[in-house]
Design a binder for this molecule. Structure first.
Ligand code: ZN
Length: 501
């Protein structure tokens, strides 16, 4: 009798486990999350969203990033949220703090959501810049994806379908589904949320370099400057595709439009910029450099991320800025005079950071813990470290390697496998590329507070510098006579032969 009961219990356990597993499997199989984004007017006040997503323990939320100034984040703009189960039975739901919701009874399974997004934020000035939220302009709607999607903790592929007014098109970095230009697939939650969308009537340009399928969207009046923006970006794209030659096939979307401030933001596979001043050939040092800087973050910042964030900021910003400047010069988008001016500004702000009272005792490595306050340390300090490290690597390897090789190796070691790098990984990789230990350089100038002898580094390039750090002044002159090594180093760095008088 006892044995029979035990057998029954075993059978029961077996079937229970089997059924639970079968049920879980069916939830997983049907769980391909789907969102339908509907816009009914050409100047829309709302976006209507219908979704079908798997939920665990009744928890739904929105990503708060970018809407921190609202206590309830992006949920501030969500209206008329209704939730039903698979059999179309209404489920009770309670709004919770921090842009989240709880379904009654900790419901797990597939749910159907319907809600609308109040688009008022795209018609107002967003304090952090509208490229971080959305903007409606001349028949087109630029949107960051985060404000649109209520999600659950189950991270999986998602399908997004757009239902738009007849004359509208849509561009996103998500993978287009075969056969339907209004259906896309996002790889996972990050791909879904940390990206951008452009809808409506707008100009777009497709550029392909290596594995990169690049789309440039120019909504509104920005398209009037397309003939100077597109060729410039094509050159930058070519240089980066060559530098990071192992980049996997990627769709990338860049959006550039006029707005009330100059600003830019990088997303997972997209970036958005705004310009206040008219985009002209002469202004390329500002807008072109901005585009080149933010685009560099696709590798340095997005795919390649350091832990912890604070101590990687100098690397993230400084090296992105350095490669952006150098790429513009090497590609002939800016001339030598402008490149030297740019150098003067970076070095002057670095020396100011080293000399001025508010920053005393702050190392370049620590500067990122107060990124806005320590901006000259993070950006200009990071740039100066990049510049001197580039020359150091060239010197240690007799010109066989440089900072681009270092960047490529960092990408292959940490960016491609998606492994966060530590500060020590930077130091180790630099030593590996230099073929000798360069930890001392980092100890003194990145971790420590010693001032880099920038004039000595400039001299290696046949340049002469005069500075007054505490006043934020540096003046660079081309030396009248240079030796062979100075001439060669300049050519190697810039890809150009300089005429010396
Ligand atoms: Zn940046």
């Amino acid at each position: 009798m006892k044995r029979k009961n035990a057998f029954k219990l075993l059978v029961w356990i077996f079937f229970s486990v089997f059924c639970l597993e079968a049920e879980a499997q069916s939830v997983r199989q049907n769980s391909k999350a789907q969102y339908r984004i509907k816009i009914t007017e050409e100047r829309p006040k709302f976006i209507f969203v219908e979704a079908q997503i798997p939920v665990s323990e009744g928890h739904l939320f929105m990503n708060r990033f970018g809407a921190d100034n609202f206590p309830n984040g992006w949920a501030t703009f969500v209206q008329n949220l209704e939730i039903k189960d698979e059999k179309d039975q209404r489920l009770a739901i309670a709004a919770e703090p921090n842009a989240s919701w709880q379904i009654a009874g900790k419901y797990s399974g597939l749910v159907k959501l319907s809600y609308q997004i109040d688009l008022s934020f795209v018609y107002q000035n967003w304090s952090a810049g509208n490229e971080q939220a959305g903007r409606f302009q001349d028949n087109s709607l630029f949107l960051v994806a985060r404000p649109l999607f209520i999600v659950s903790a189950i991270d999986d592929k998602r399908q997004i379908t757009f239902d738009l007014p007849g004359s509208w098109k849509v561009t996103t970095p998500w993978q287009k589904a075969a056969g339907d230009k209004f259906v896309f697939n996002a790889e996972n939650q990050t791909d879904l949320l940390s990206n951008t969308i452009v809808l409506g009537q707008f100009a777009e340009y497709k550029l392909k370099k290596g594995a990169l399928d690049f789309t440039l969207a120019l909504p509104g009046k920005m398209n009037e400057s397309a003939q100077i923006i597109v060729p410039a970006l094509e050159k930058v794209l070519g240089a980066y595709a060559k530098l990071f030659d192992k980049t996997p096939p990627t769709n990338y979307l860049m959006t550039f439009f006029y707005d009330v401030q100059d600003d830019g933001e990088a997303y997972s596979r997209s970036a958005a910029f705004t310009a206040r001043n008219k985009v002209t050939r002469n202004g390329l040092i500002i807008w072109g450099n901005f585009l080149a800087h933010e685009f560099f973050h696709f590798w340095n910042g997005q795919q390649m991320r350091g832990e912890p964030r604070e101590t990687r900021e100098w690397f993230n910003e400084g090296l992105s800025e350095y490669f952006a400047n150098l790429t513009l010069f090497r590609a002939g988008l800016i001339g030598e005079d402008l490149f030297l001016k740019k150098m003067e500004k970076h070095l002057a702000l670095y020396l100011y950071f080293k000399a001025a009272a508010p920053f005393q005792g702050t190392s370049i490595k620590q500067a990122g813990t107060r990124k806005s306050f320590n901006r000259p340390g993070v950006y200009n300090g990071g740039w100066t470290i990049a510049f001197c490290l580039d020359l150091l690597i060239r010197e240690k390897t007799n010109g066989r390697r440089n900072l681009a090789d270092f960047m490529r190796l960092m990408y292959e070691k940490f960016g491609l496998p998606g492994k966060p790098y530590s500060y020590q990984d930077i130091v180790r990789t630099a030593s590996e590329i230099a073929g000798t230990e360069v930890a001392d350089f980092f100890q003194r100038f990145v971790e420590g507070t010693e001032v880099l002898p920038v004039a000595d580094y400039l001299e290696k390039l046949g340049l002469e510098a005069y500075d007054k750090g505490y006043a934020g002044e540096v003046y660079i002159f081309k030396k009248r006579s240079v030796n062979d090594s100075e001439r060669k180093l300049w050519s190697a760095l810039t890809g150009k032969v300089r005429r010396f008088r």
